[in-house]
Design a protein around this ligand. Structure first.
Ligand code: TXA
Ligand code: MG
Length: 359
Protein backbone atom coordinates (compact mmCIF):
# COMPACT_ATOMS: atom_id res chain seq x y z
CA UNK A 1 0.00 0.00 0.00
CA UNK A 2 1.26 3.49 -0.88
CA UNK A 3 2.44 5.43 2.20
CA UNK A 4 0.77 8.77 2.77
CA UNK A 5 1.59 11.71 5.00
CA UNK A 6 -0.37 11.31 8.24
CA UNK A 7 -1.38 14.32 10.28
CA UNK A 8 -0.72 13.40 13.91
CA UNK A 9 -2.28 15.57 16.61
CA UNK A 10 -2.19 15.51 20.42
CA UNK A 11 -5.60 16.26 21.86
CA UNK A 12 -6.40 16.41 25.58
CA UNK A 13 -8.74 13.54 26.50
CA UNK A 14 -10.99 15.51 28.81
CA UNK A 15 -10.88 19.02 27.26
CA UNK A 16 -10.47 18.53 23.52
CA UNK A 17 -9.09 21.49 21.58
CA UNK A 18 -11.87 22.59 19.23
CA UNK A 19 -9.47 23.77 16.51
CA UNK A 20 -7.77 20.38 16.28
CA UNK A 21 -11.05 18.51 16.47
CA UNK A 22 -12.46 20.49 13.55
CA UNK A 23 -9.26 19.84 11.59
CA UNK A 24 -9.70 16.09 12.18
CA UNK A 25 -13.42 16.34 11.36
CA UNK A 26 -12.50 17.96 8.04
CA UNK A 27 -10.62 14.82 7.10
CA UNK A 28 -13.77 12.78 7.81
CA UNK A 29 -15.97 15.11 5.73
CA UNK A 30 -13.53 15.02 2.83
CA UNK A 31 -13.60 11.21 2.71
CA UNK A 32 -10.50 10.62 4.82
CA UNK A 33 -9.68 8.02 7.46
CA UNK A 34 -9.06 9.19 11.04
CA UNK A 35 -7.77 7.16 13.99
CA UNK A 36 -9.32 8.44 17.22
CA UNK A 37 -9.64 7.49 20.90
CA UNK A 38 -12.81 6.13 22.44
CA UNK A 39 -13.70 5.03 25.96
CA UNK A 40 -12.95 1.40 25.03
CA UNK A 41 -10.10 1.27 22.49
CA UNK A 42 -8.88 3.40 19.57
CA UNK A 43 -11.00 3.28 16.42
CA UNK A 44 -10.12 3.83 12.76
CA UNK A 45 -13.02 5.76 11.28
CA UNK A 46 -14.61 7.33 8.23
CA UNK A 47 -17.94 8.90 7.21
CA UNK A 48 -20.43 6.02 7.57
CA UNK A 49 -22.20 7.14 4.38
CA UNK A 50 -19.07 7.26 2.25
CA UNK A 51 -18.56 3.82 0.73
CA UNK A 52 -15.13 4.57 -0.76
CA UNK A 53 -13.83 5.98 2.55
CA UNK A 54 -15.14 2.97 4.48
CA UNK A 55 -13.62 0.57 1.98
CA UNK A 56 -10.26 2.25 2.61
CA UNK A 57 -10.55 1.24 6.28
CA UNK A 58 -10.88 -2.39 5.18
CA UNK A 59 -7.87 -2.03 2.92
CA UNK A 60 -5.72 -0.40 5.63
CA UNK A 61 -6.67 -3.03 8.22
CA UNK A 62 -6.62 -6.02 5.88
CA UNK A 63 -10.12 -6.73 7.18
CA UNK A 64 -12.37 -9.37 5.55
CA UNK A 65 -15.15 -7.64 3.62
CA UNK A 66 -17.93 -9.64 5.32
CA UNK A 67 -17.14 -8.13 8.73
CA UNK A 68 -19.36 -5.05 9.24
CA UNK A 69 -18.40 -1.86 11.10
CA UNK A 70 -19.78 -0.15 14.20
CA UNK A 71 -21.39 3.23 13.51
CA UNK A 72 -20.53 5.85 16.15
CA UNK A 73 -23.03 8.57 17.05
CA UNK A 74 -23.04 11.55 19.43
CA UNK A 75 -26.64 11.26 20.63
CA UNK A 76 -29.59 8.93 21.07
CA UNK A 77 -31.51 11.06 18.56
CA UNK A 78 -28.86 10.47 15.91
CA UNK A 79 -29.01 6.73 16.66
CA UNK A 80 -32.76 6.60 16.25
CA UNK A 81 -32.49 8.29 12.85
CA UNK A 82 -30.14 5.54 11.72
CA UNK A 83 -31.73 2.40 13.19
CA UNK A 84 -35.14 1.06 14.14
CA UNK A 85 -34.72 0.93 17.91
CA UNK A 86 -37.80 -0.16 19.80
CA UNK A 87 -39.23 2.70 21.92
CA UNK A 88 -39.09 0.58 25.06
CA UNK A 89 -35.34 0.15 24.62
CA UNK A 90 -34.72 3.73 23.55
CA UNK A 91 -35.78 5.05 26.96
CA UNK A 92 -33.29 2.82 28.75
CA UNK A 93 -30.54 3.48 26.24
CA UNK A 94 -30.96 7.20 26.87
CA UNK A 95 -30.23 6.49 30.53
CA UNK A 96 -27.07 4.46 29.98
CA UNK A 97 -25.43 6.13 26.96
CA UNK A 98 -22.73 7.25 26.43
CA UNK A 99 -21.12 4.02 27.60
CA UNK A 100 -19.15 1.06 26.25
CA UNK A 101 -22.14 -0.79 24.78
CA UNK A 102 -23.12 -1.27 21.13
CA UNK A 103 -26.63 -2.13 19.96
CA UNK A 104 -27.54 -4.08 16.85
CA UNK A 105 -30.88 -3.22 15.30
CA UNK A 106 -32.55 -3.13 11.92
CA UNK A 107 -31.03 -0.36 9.79
CA UNK A 108 -33.25 2.63 9.00
CA UNK A 109 -30.79 4.73 7.01
CA UNK A 110 -29.31 3.45 3.77
CA UNK A 111 -25.73 2.52 4.64
CA UNK A 112 -23.20 1.37 2.08
CA UNK A 113 -22.63 -2.39 1.99
CA UNK A 114 -19.11 -1.91 3.38
CA UNK A 115 -20.62 -0.73 6.68
CA UNK A 116 -23.32 -3.35 7.21
CA UNK A 117 -21.96 -6.20 5.07
CA UNK A 118 -25.43 -6.22 3.54
CA UNK A 119 -26.94 -7.70 6.73
CA UNK A 120 -29.87 -5.25 6.90
CA UNK A 121 -28.90 -4.47 10.48
CA UNK A 122 -26.52 -1.91 11.89
CA UNK A 123 -24.32 -1.80 14.99
CA UNK A 124 -24.56 1.56 16.75
CA UNK A 125 -22.80 3.06 19.71
CA UNK A 126 -22.24 6.35 21.52
CA UNK A 127 -18.76 6.28 23.04
CA UNK A 128 -18.17 7.85 26.46
CA UNK A 129 -15.10 9.79 25.38
CA UNK A 130 -15.06 13.61 25.02
CA UNK A 131 -12.72 13.46 22.00
CA UNK A 132 -14.81 10.88 20.13
CA UNK A 133 -18.06 12.73 20.84
CA UNK A 134 -16.59 16.09 19.78
CA UNK A 135 -15.24 14.54 16.58
CA UNK A 136 -18.58 12.95 15.62
CA UNK A 137 -20.45 16.19 16.34
CA UNK A 138 -17.99 18.32 14.44
CA UNK A 139 -17.96 15.93 11.45
CA UNK A 140 -21.75 16.23 11.19
CA UNK A 141 -21.99 12.62 10.02
CA UNK A 142 -21.96 9.30 11.89
CA UNK A 143 -18.51 7.71 11.93
CA UNK A 144 -18.09 4.04 11.02
CA UNK A 145 -15.08 2.66 12.87
CA UNK A 146 -13.71 -0.75 13.66
CA UNK A 147 -11.06 -1.13 16.34
CA UNK A 148 -7.67 0.37 15.46
CA UNK A 149 -5.55 -2.67 14.68
CA UNK A 150 -4.37 -4.49 11.61
CA UNK A 151 -6.77 -7.45 11.24
CA UNK A 152 -6.02 -10.21 13.83
CA UNK A 153 -3.53 -8.08 15.80
CA UNK A 154 -4.17 -6.81 19.34
CA UNK A 155 -6.11 -3.55 19.32
CA UNK A 156 -4.40 -0.22 19.96
CA UNK A 157 -5.41 1.17 23.34
CA UNK A 158 -3.02 4.14 23.27
CA UNK A 159 -2.19 6.94 20.84
CA UNK A 160 1.36 5.66 20.59
CA UNK A 161 0.27 2.17 19.56
CA UNK A 162 -2.12 3.72 17.01
CA UNK A 163 0.77 5.69 15.53
CA UNK A 164 2.90 2.52 15.33
CA UNK A 165 0.14 0.74 13.42
CA UNK A 166 -1.21 3.52 11.18
CA UNK A 167 1.36 6.26 10.59
CA UNK A 168 1.67 6.51 6.81
CA UNK A 169 -1.67 4.74 6.28
CA UNK A 170 -4.43 6.86 7.89
CA UNK A 171 -4.93 10.54 7.01
CA UNK A 172 -5.02 11.65 10.61
CA UNK A 173 -4.29 10.15 14.04
CA UNK A 174 -5.56 11.77 17.22
CA UNK A 175 -3.38 10.87 20.19
CA UNK A 176 -5.16 11.32 23.52
CA UNK A 177 -3.14 8.87 25.58
CA UNK A 178 -4.80 5.72 26.93
CA UNK A 179 -8.37 4.63 26.29
CA UNK A 180 -10.35 4.29 29.49
CA UNK A 181 -11.35 0.61 29.44
CA UNK A 182 -8.81 -1.01 27.10
CA UNK A 183 -11.26 -3.61 25.76
CA UNK A 184 -13.83 -3.26 22.95
CA UNK A 185 -17.47 -2.46 23.71
CA UNK A 186 -20.08 -5.01 24.65
CA UNK A 187 -22.27 -5.86 21.65
CA UNK A 188 -25.90 -6.83 22.18
CA UNK A 189 -28.37 -7.78 19.49
CA UNK A 190 -31.61 -6.01 20.44
CA UNK A 191 -33.71 -8.34 18.30
CA UNK A 192 -32.93 -11.34 20.52
CA UNK A 193 -31.37 -9.56 23.50
CA UNK A 194 -28.23 -11.65 23.12
CA UNK A 195 -24.70 -10.57 23.99
CA UNK A 196 -22.64 -11.24 20.85
CA UNK A 197 -19.39 -9.91 22.29
CA UNK A 198 -18.78 -9.33 26.00
CA UNK A 199 -17.15 -6.05 26.96
CA UNK A 200 -16.87 -3.49 29.74
CA UNK A 201 -20.66 -3.15 30.05
CA UNK A 202 -21.24 -6.44 31.85
CA UNK A 203 -24.25 -8.81 31.54
CA UNK A 204 -25.00 -8.00 35.18
CA UNK A 205 -25.17 -4.27 34.33
CA UNK A 206 -27.30 -4.93 31.24
CA UNK A 207 -29.81 -6.85 33.34
CA UNK A 208 -29.95 -4.01 35.85
CA UNK A 209 -30.41 -1.32 33.19
CA UNK A 210 -33.06 -3.14 31.12
CA UNK A 211 -34.67 -5.42 33.72
CA UNK A 212 -34.09 -8.24 31.24
CA UNK A 213 -31.45 -10.93 31.61
CA UNK A 214 -29.45 -11.02 28.37
CA UNK A 215 -28.59 -14.30 26.71
CA UNK A 216 -24.86 -14.98 26.61
CA UNK A 217 -23.83 -17.69 24.20
CA UNK A 218 -20.69 -19.82 24.16
CA UNK A 219 -19.39 -17.81 21.22
CA UNK A 220 -19.46 -14.71 23.41
CA UNK A 221 -17.40 -16.34 26.13
CA UNK A 222 -14.96 -17.48 23.46
CA UNK A 223 -15.24 -21.21 24.16
CA UNK A 224 -16.93 -21.87 20.81
CA UNK A 225 -15.94 -20.37 17.50
CA UNK A 226 -18.63 -19.33 15.08
CA UNK A 227 -18.42 -20.67 11.55
CA UNK A 228 -20.31 -20.05 8.32
CA UNK A 229 -23.43 -17.93 8.64
CA UNK A 230 -23.19 -16.17 11.98
CA UNK A 231 -25.01 -13.28 13.54
CA UNK A 232 -21.87 -11.28 14.28
CA UNK A 233 -19.33 -12.01 11.55
CA UNK A 234 -16.38 -10.78 13.63
CA UNK A 235 -16.83 -13.66 16.06
CA UNK A 236 -15.62 -16.23 13.56
CA UNK A 237 -12.19 -14.70 13.00
CA UNK A 238 -8.97 -15.20 14.94
CA UNK A 239 -8.30 -12.05 16.89
CA UNK A 240 -6.05 -10.08 19.17
CA UNK A 241 -3.28 -12.60 18.67
CA UNK A 242 0.44 -12.09 19.27
CA UNK A 243 2.98 -13.75 16.94
CA UNK A 244 4.24 -15.68 19.94
CA UNK A 245 2.02 -18.65 20.88
CA UNK A 246 0.17 -18.00 24.10
CA UNK A 247 -1.49 -20.57 26.39
CA UNK A 248 -3.96 -19.99 29.19
CA UNK A 249 -3.07 -21.52 32.54
CA UNK A 250 -6.27 -22.80 34.13
CA UNK A 251 -4.67 -24.93 36.85
CA UNK A 252 -3.81 -24.22 40.45
CA UNK A 253 -1.38 -21.39 40.93
CA UNK A 254 0.87 -23.25 43.37
CA UNK A 255 1.30 -26.05 40.81
CA UNK A 256 2.73 -23.73 38.14
CA UNK A 257 6.33 -24.03 39.40
CA UNK A 258 6.27 -27.84 39.06
CA UNK A 259 4.52 -27.66 35.72
CA UNK A 260 7.11 -25.41 34.05
CA UNK A 261 10.13 -27.02 35.76
CA UNK A 262 12.51 -28.47 33.18
CA UNK A 263 10.84 -26.76 30.18
CA UNK A 264 13.69 -25.74 27.90
CA UNK A 265 11.96 -23.21 25.62
CA UNK A 266 12.08 -19.63 26.91
CA UNK A 267 8.71 -18.36 28.06
CA UNK A 268 7.11 -15.40 29.83
CA UNK A 269 4.22 -15.29 32.26
CA UNK A 270 1.48 -12.71 31.74
CA UNK A 271 -0.69 -12.26 34.78
CA UNK A 272 -1.70 -10.36 37.87
CA UNK A 273 1.02 -8.59 39.86
CA UNK A 274 0.36 -11.20 42.57
CA UNK A 275 1.29 -14.08 40.25
CA UNK A 276 4.08 -12.09 38.60
CA UNK A 277 5.93 -11.20 41.80
CA UNK A 278 5.89 -14.86 42.86
CA UNK A 279 7.08 -15.92 39.39
CA UNK A 280 9.87 -13.34 39.33
CA UNK A 281 11.23 -14.72 42.58
CA UNK A 282 11.49 -18.06 40.78
CA UNK A 283 13.45 -16.38 38.00
CA UNK A 284 10.79 -16.34 35.27
CA UNK A 285 10.17 -13.45 32.84
CA UNK A 286 6.87 -11.75 33.55
CA UNK A 287 4.50 -9.13 32.18
CA UNK A 288 2.28 -7.73 34.91
CA UNK A 289 -1.31 -6.71 34.28
CA UNK A 290 -1.64 -5.07 37.70
CA UNK A 291 -3.33 -6.34 40.82
CA UNK A 292 -6.10 -8.90 40.48
CA UNK A 293 -8.02 -6.81 43.01
CA UNK A 294 -8.45 -4.26 40.20
CA UNK A 295 -10.03 -6.31 37.43
CA UNK A 296 -10.74 -3.17 35.33
CA UNK A 297 -7.01 -2.39 35.52
CA UNK A 298 -6.28 -5.92 34.24
CA UNK A 299 -8.61 -5.31 31.26
CA UNK A 300 -6.97 -1.97 30.55
CA UNK A 301 -3.45 -3.44 30.42
CA UNK A 302 -4.37 -6.60 28.52
CA UNK A 303 -3.62 -5.64 24.89
CA UNK A 304 -0.40 -3.76 25.71
CA UNK A 305 0.77 -6.88 27.55
CA UNK A 306 -0.04 -9.11 24.59
CA UNK A 307 1.78 -6.70 22.27
CA UNK A 308 4.77 -6.66 24.66
CA UNK A 309 4.99 -10.46 24.59
CA UNK A 310 6.26 -10.36 20.99
CA UNK A 311 9.05 -7.95 21.87
CA UNK A 312 10.42 -10.29 24.57
CA UNK A 313 11.53 -12.82 21.96
CA UNK A 314 10.42 -15.78 24.04
CA UNK A 315 9.10 -19.00 22.48
CA UNK A 316 5.72 -18.89 24.20
CA UNK A 317 3.63 -17.04 26.76
CA UNK A 318 1.62 -18.38 29.68
CA UNK A 319 -1.32 -16.23 30.65
CA UNK A 320 -3.28 -16.40 33.88
CA UNK A 321 -6.99 -17.28 33.72
CA UNK A 322 -9.35 -14.85 35.44
CA UNK A 323 -12.73 -15.26 37.03
CA UNK A 324 -15.48 -14.84 34.41
CA UNK A 325 -17.80 -12.61 36.38
CA UNK A 326 -18.27 -8.95 35.48
CA UNK A 327 -15.69 -7.65 33.02
CA UNK A 328 -13.80 -10.95 33.59
CA UNK A 329 -16.06 -12.49 30.93
CA UNK A 330 -14.70 -10.03 28.35
CA UNK A 331 -11.11 -10.57 29.52
CA UNK A 332 -11.42 -14.36 29.11
CA UNK A 333 -13.17 -13.96 25.74
CA UNK A 334 -10.18 -11.95 24.44
CA UNK A 335 -7.64 -14.33 26.00
CA UNK A 336 -9.33 -17.36 24.46
CA UNK A 337 -9.19 -15.74 21.04
CA UNK A 338 -5.61 -14.52 21.47
CA UNK A 339 -4.54 -18.04 22.46
CA UNK A 340 -6.69 -19.81 19.83
CA UNK A 341 -8.46 -21.35 22.83
CA UNK A 342 -5.39 -23.29 23.96
CA UNK A 343 -5.19 -23.87 27.68
CA UNK A 344 -3.57 -26.26 30.14
CA UNK A 345 -3.79 -27.11 33.79
CA UNK A 346 -1.19 -29.88 34.14
CA UNK A 347 2.37 -30.57 33.00
CA UNK A 348 1.10 -33.18 30.57
CA UNK A 349 -1.26 -30.59 29.08
CA UNK A 350 1.51 -28.04 28.64
CA UNK A 351 3.87 -30.60 27.07
CA UNK A 352 1.15 -31.55 24.60
CA UNK A 353 0.65 -27.90 23.57
CA UNK A 354 4.41 -27.42 23.20
CA UNK A 355 4.82 -30.49 21.04
CA UNK A 356 1.87 -29.39 18.85
CA UNK A 357 3.77 -26.13 18.28
CA UNK A 358 7.08 -28.01 17.83
CA UNK A 359 8.58 -26.18 20.81
O1 TXA B 1 -15.30 -0.62 21.41
C1 TXA B 1 -15.58 -0.85 20.23
O2 TXA B 1 -16.63 -1.41 19.91
C2 TXA B 1 -14.56 -0.41 19.17
C3 TXA B 1 -14.52 1.11 19.18
C4 TXA B 1 -13.64 1.67 18.10
O3 TXA B 1 -15.81 1.62 19.09
N1 TXA B 1 -14.93 -0.92 17.89
C5 TXA B 1 -14.82 -2.23 17.56
O4 TXA B 1 -15.12 -2.52 16.25
O5 TXA B 1 -14.47 -3.08 18.33
P1 TXA B 1 -14.74 -3.91 15.54
O6 TXA B 1 -15.00 -3.67 14.14
O7 TXA B 1 -13.38 -4.31 15.92
O8 TXA B 1 -15.77 -4.90 16.10
C6 TXA B 1 -17.11 -4.78 15.69
C7 TXA B 1 -17.83 -6.07 15.82
C8 TXA B 1 -17.39 -7.10 14.81
O9 TXA B 1 -17.29 -8.35 15.47
C9 TXA B 1 -18.53 -7.11 13.81
O10 TXA B 1 -18.71 -8.36 13.22
C10 TXA B 1 -19.72 -6.73 14.68
O11 TXA B 1 -19.20 -5.79 15.58
N2 TXA B 1 -20.81 -6.10 13.91
C11 TXA B 1 -20.80 -4.90 13.29
N3 TXA B 1 -21.97 -4.67 12.67
C12 TXA B 1 -22.75 -5.75 12.92
C13 TXA B 1 -24.08 -6.13 12.54
N4 TXA B 1 -24.84 -5.36 11.79
N5 TXA B 1 -24.53 -7.33 12.98
C14 TXA B 1 -23.76 -8.11 13.75
N6 TXA B 1 -22.51 -7.81 14.13
C15 TXA B 1 -22.01 -6.66 13.72
MG1 MG C 1 -11.72 -5.41 16.16
Amino acid sequence: MREIETSIMRVDATKPDTGRISEAANFIRRGGVVVFPTDTVYGIGANAFDDAACRRIFEIKGRPADNPLIVHVHSVEQASELAHIDGKYLKKIRRIWPSPITFIAKAKAKFPASVTAGLGTVAIRMPAHPVALALIKSAGVPIAAPSANPSQKPTATTGLQSIRYFDGKADCIIDSGSSFFGIESTIIDLRTFTVLRPGPFTPEEIEKAFSIKPRVGRVASGTASARGAVISPGTKYRHYAPETPMFIFEGEERQLKNIVEGINAAFAIIGSSELCSRSERLGYSTISLGSRKDIYGIAKNLYSAIILLDSLKVKFGIVEAFDESGIGLAIMNRLRKASSNKSFSTKKGLLKLLSEQSL
